[in-house]
Structure formats: structure tokens, C-alpha cells
Design a protein around this ligand. Structure first.
Ligand SMILES: *Cc1c(COP(=O)(O)O)cnc(C)c1O
Length: 422
């Protein structure tokens, strides 16, 4: 792409600039905003399929289960199922989404550190693989009729990521410490394998590779203590994505290639019988496929250093800046080829000072009515959205080949009022 190369690198595969307007999947962003309203989350089908295919190509024999929580969407789950993916779910709600998308129990992995009975019964009925997260859970799961199990073990490895998305450290609320995991395998020799998930938004491979070595050693311990070896090793999700050009970026091929190689090496070293691999990517499948479109409300100079551009959404549709100090870039979609002429802060419309989506971004001076696009917002945005300030949640559309399809309708104030009683 021409002129301003950097921020364009963050756009979906099917994005381009035509007549100064950002185009995604062959549809002009300004047309999308007009037809569906804003804020609007636009998913590029080509990117979703390319990311899924990259996982399948890097690990052809693996079960790749989409981490549904990144963006629970029946249309996206169905699209991934067409690409040979399964799904990882952790609540009865997410399970219902996966079943609605037509996913087969053999491709479903069920998680959760406090699985409700309804989830366990649903998992049993679907024939899904249930990942045990505590000693007590075994009897409850068996009582619900579950027959296929993995045991989630916590290796005590600190991933270099935000505290809120680390999951494999000592004292994590997820998984079992090694001795308890071994006890669970002793009680359940029919268990199919082991599960680990180091954390999310990982920007280094070190913790993941260490985890693979650790799991191989743990599997060797279980073989000698219990004469049991895993038939399946689920390494969870976690591959990070960059949201601004200053952050490092990795390809799925590099990450999965590294994991597969390390698994083979570590398994060979411990002379373990070959095990099937499972992966549970969420963010890396959907994040870059998604762009959020906002309409600019106005521009206000707050100090010599800060000029705010207000948009018609904010922390209700994307809580990540407020929750994780996440950074984002922006493109003025309605004048995408104009030269930047200043640095602006992008503020949401909520009654909270922390509701700033971007602290500083270079843009052509926005005007009221311009469409602002925030790239790499396909994961953990709508999925974590709220109706704070009684603001209804945005719609989502899927774009491809010049067509846009509504995959989630915009919430309305009437939807919110329908929950109320006088
Ligand atoms: C959140 C989660 C995932 C997906 O993580 P990403 O970072 O989005 O890839 C996979 N497995 C488990 C157990 C999770 O909790």
C-alpha cells in the first residue's frame, strides 16, 4: 500500500485504499458506516480464513480449537468449522454458540475453573472433551455423564504478559498443581491427556517452549509413577498480536512451527509415545480480521499537549485500553490517504476519565462526521463489551467480495429497557 506504510500493516488482508477511502473486503468503510451505523465492528472474511489456514498448515495433524471467548459469534464459529477448526468453550453460553454453529462434540474442548452443571451436562451430551480443573470436579463431571477428559496442569511458569492474562504461574486460579494433577490421573487412567495454557497476548516464545519441555518431563514422571502416558497434549492458546506498529509481530507459522518442533524434540528426549497435539488460539485468529469504525463527534483542545477527538463509542465496546493499558492505532477511514497534520487523543463518550481509546495517534485533523477506524479490534472487544452508560452494544458485520453481511445486530435501547421492570 502507498504513502503511509506503517499503520496500514495492521489492517486485515482484504483491506485497501480507494479514492482516499478505506476499503475492507471490497466494501468502503464509509458505506458500511452509513448502512449499519457506528460503532461497527467489521470482520474481514479473508483474514479469518487465512489465519485458520495458517494454523492448519503449521500443524496439519493437530486439533485446532478456536478460543471462542475472543469473539463468540455463530457465524465466525461456522466459518472456522468450514476450515476444519473446532472450538474451546468455557461456559454454557459459549457451548450454546458452538452447538448453534453446528460444531461436533469431537471438535469441542470444554474449560472453566468453575464449570456449571449445565455446562457439564451439555458437554456430556455433545461428547466433548472436558478439561478438569480441580480434584472435586471429577465426580461432578462423571455424574453429569462426561466420558472424555483432559487434566489441566499448572507448570509454575511465568509468561511475560499482562498480570491479568497470565495463567500458568504458581498460585493461578486455573489448573492443578503438578502433584494434584498426578493424583487426578491416578484416579482416572482413562484420561486422554494433559492441558496447559501459559497465558494470553504472548509476545515471546520462551515461556511456551519452556512449557513444552516441562510437560514432557511431567509426562515422563506420570509414565514412571503411574504407567500412564498422554495420548493428547493440549498447549492452549496465547499467540499475541500487535496492535500498534511499534510492537513485535510473529506469524502463526513461526509460533506453531516452534511449538511443534519443540514438542517433537522433548517427546523424543523423554522417549514418550507420540501424542496428538491440540491448540486453542483465540486472539491470533480473529484480532487483525476486525476493525472498529466510529463516527467522530468533535475535536477539542484540552491543553497545549492534548487535543481530544471524541468518538461515538469507547470503553463499552472496547474495554482493553482501560483494563490492560492496551495500545491501538487509528486510520481516518474517510480520508485515508491524507497526510497527518497533528497528534490527537481518541476519547470515548463514557463518563469516565479513563475512557480514552488511544492516548496519542498522528492523523489528518479529524472533523465531525469523519469515520475513524481502529484496527486489530477483532478479539476481546465486543466479547468484553458492556452497556455502561446505557449505551447499546455495536453491531458486527462480515465482509468479503464486495458484500457485507450482518452477523450480529446492533443492540437497542429497547433491548436494554426490556430487562427493566417498574
Ligand atoms: C483464553 C484461552 C484461550 C485463547 O487464548 P488466546 O490468547 O486468545 O489465544 C485458549 N485456551 C484457554 C484455556 C483459554 O483460557
Amino acid at each position: 500500500m502507498p504513502d503511509v506504510p506503517h499503520v496500514f500493516d495492521l489492517l486485515p488482508d482484504g483491506a485497501s485504499i480507494a479514492d482516499g477511502v478505506l476499503v475492507v473486503g471490497g466494501v468502503r468503510a464509509t458505506d458500511l458506516a452509513e448502512r449499519f451505523g457506528t460503532p461497527l465492528v467489521v470482520y474481514d472474511e479473508a483474514t479469518l480464513r487465512n489465519q485458520a489456514r495458517a494454523y492448519r498448515a503449521a500443524a496439519p495433524d493437530a486439533l485446532v480449537a478456536y478460543g471462542t471467548k475472543a469473539f463468540p459469534s455463530v457465524a465466525v464459529l461456522r466459518l472456522f468449522a468450514e476450515e476444519g477448526l473446532g472450538a474451546d468453550v468455557s461456559t454454557a453460553g459459549e457451548l450454546a454458540f458452538a452447538l448453534r454453529a453446528g460444531l461436533d462434540g469431537r471438535r469441542l474442548v470444554v474449560h472453566g475453573n468453575n464449570k456449571e452443571d449445565e455446562l457439564l451436562r451439555g458437554a456430556a451430551e455433545a461428547g466433548a472433551l472436558v478439561v478438569l480443573d480441580s480434584l472435586d470436579e471429577l465426580e461432578r463431571a462423571r455424574g453429569a455423564g462426561v466420558e472424555r477428559f483432559l487434566v489441566r496442569v499448572t507448570p509454575g511458569i511465568e509468561a511475560d504478559t499482562h498480570e491479568a492474562v497470565k495463567t500458568a504461574h504458581h498460585g493461578s486460579k486455573f489448573g492443578l498443581p503438578p502433584d494434584d494433577a498426578a493424583e487426578l490421573v491416578r484416579r482416572l487412567p482413562s484420561c486422554e491427556g494433559l492441558h496447559v495454557h501459559v497465558g494470553s497476548q504472548l509476545m515471546h516464545f520462551g515461556a511456551s517452549l519452556m512449557t513444552v519441555d516441562w510437560v514432557a518431563q511431567f509426562a515422563a514422571r506420570l509414565r514412571s509413577e503411574l504407567d500412564w502416558t498422554p495420548r493428547l497434549v493440549d498447549l492452549g492458546g496465547g499467540l499475541g498480536v500487535r496492535h500498534v506498529v511499534e510492537e513485535p509481530s510473529f506469524t502463526i507459522e513461526e509460533f506453531v512451527g516452534g511449538l511443534v518442533g519443540e514438542l517433537r524434540r522433548a517427546w523424543h528426549l523423554q522417549q514418550l509415545p507420540e501424542a496428538q497435539l491440540a491448540l486453542e488460539p483465540g486472539r491470533s485468529l480473529v484480532s487483525r480480521a476486525g476493525i472498529t469504525l466510529y463516527t467522530v463527534g468533535g475535536v477539542k483542545r484540552a491543553s497545549a499537549a492534548t487535543t481530544y477527538v471524541t468518538v461515538d463509542g469507547g470503553m463499552s465496546d472496547n474495554p482493553r485500553p482501560a483494563m490492560y493499558n492496551a495500545r491501538y492505532a487509528a486510520v481516518l477511514a474517510s480520508r485515508a490517504d491524507a497526510e497527518p497534520d497533528g497528534a490527537f487523543a481518541i476519547a470515548g463518550k463514557h463518563c469516565e476519565s479513563g475512557d480514552v481509546l488511544i492516548e496519542r495517534v498522528e492523523l489528518p485533523r479529524p472533523r465531525r462526521g469523519d469515520i475513524l477506524a481502529v484496527p486489530v479490534t477483532g478479539a476481546y472487544t465486543l466479547a468484553m463489551s458492556s452497556t455502561y452508560n446505557a449505551v447499546p452494544r455495536p453491531a458486527a458485520v462480515l465482509v468479503a467480495g464486495g458484500d457485507a453481511r450482518l452477523i450480529r445486530r446492533r443492540e437497542t435501547v429497547d433491548d436494554l429497557l426490556a430487562l427493566e421492570s417498574d
